[in-house]
Design a protein around this ligand. Structure first.
Ligand SMILES: Cc1cc2nc3c(=O)[nH]c(=O)nc-3n(C[C@H](O)[C@H](O)[C@H](O)COP(=O)(O)OP(=O)(O)OC[C@H]3O[C@@H](n4cnc5c(N)ncnc54)[C@H](O)[C@@H]3O)c2cc1C
Length: 199
């Protein structure tokens, strides 16, 4: 019998699982693809490794805080180096675009600029309620109106990740895991007998 069952081993599920295990809950994680990562999973093919999702390391302090809350130091686990350019987009006519944090260089490469709204994602890509990254932040899906991180009727069913509070992107999902951990800790305190052992 597990105290907490987590469905989905994306960043949200993994971060929530690690936090709750650290607090003494017995945690089990179920993942339908058989490998962790979700939208930041890796694909290996023909000797190459592809990042399936997140490219940019944003809001480093949220990563550091997650490690710190787990009693670890981020520097002991990650060897972070700036990659310049962040990545290169190749076009069919052999031209390319370097994505770089150097705004002047970035601007010099730009010939046109287009702004996409949630309605464009809906109309062009048929993403009815949002974006590729989870629910969009339209007026009916932000703040209190965003799906809450606990089920209205089932008090022991919680939601973590990019389509609940506070929103999308790896650092924000790490914050989501911290919020869910705080809520579970308050509403369902860990049994004193439970000791979490992770392998
Ligand atoms: C192309 C792309 C680029 C991005 N770029 C960035 C970036 O540069 N920087 C950044 O910070 N963020 C970026 N993001 C966003 C970031 O990757 C996501 O917000 C974050 O990874 C979402 O994590 P999550 O845990 O909420 O959801 P997910 O990663 O979707 O995890 C959900 C998991 O649940 C599993 N699952 C679903 N249903 C079931 C079920 N019934 N039973 C068991 N398991 C189930 C899925 O297989 C998956 O592993 C990008 C996303 C994409 C797609």
């Amino acid at each position: 019998m597990h105290d907490v069952l987590i469905i989905g081993a994306g960043i949200g599920g993994i971060a929530a699982a690690a936090r709750l295990a650290k607090l003494g809950y017995r945690v089990r994680v179920l993942e339908k693809t058989g490998a962790p990562g979700g939208r930041v999973a890796l694909m290996k093919r023909d000797g190459y490794t592809f990042d399936m999702g997140a490219t940019l390391f944003l809001m480093p302090q949220t990563y550091a805080q997650t490690y710190a809350d787990l009693g670890e130091r981020m520097e002991d686990h990650l060897d972070l180096r700036r990659v310049e350019p962040n990545y290169r987009v190749h076009f069919h006519d052999d031209t390319y675009l370097d994505i770089t944090p150097k705004l002047v260089e970035m601007r010099e490469q730009m010939e046109a600029e287009e702004t996409l709204m949630p309605t464009d994602y809906r109309d062009v890509w048929n993403l009815a309620r949002g974006t590729a990254f989870g629910l969009s932040h339209n007026v009916l899906q932000v703040g209190y109106l965003r799906p809450q991180n606990r089920h209205r009727r089932y008090g022991n069913l919680y939601f973590v990740g990019s389509s609940t509070h506070p929103g999308t992107g790896v650092p924000i999902v790490l914050i989501s895991a911290a919020l869910v951990e705080q809520r579970i800790r308050k509403e369902h305190p860990a049994p004193a007998r439970a000791v979490a052992v992770t392998h």
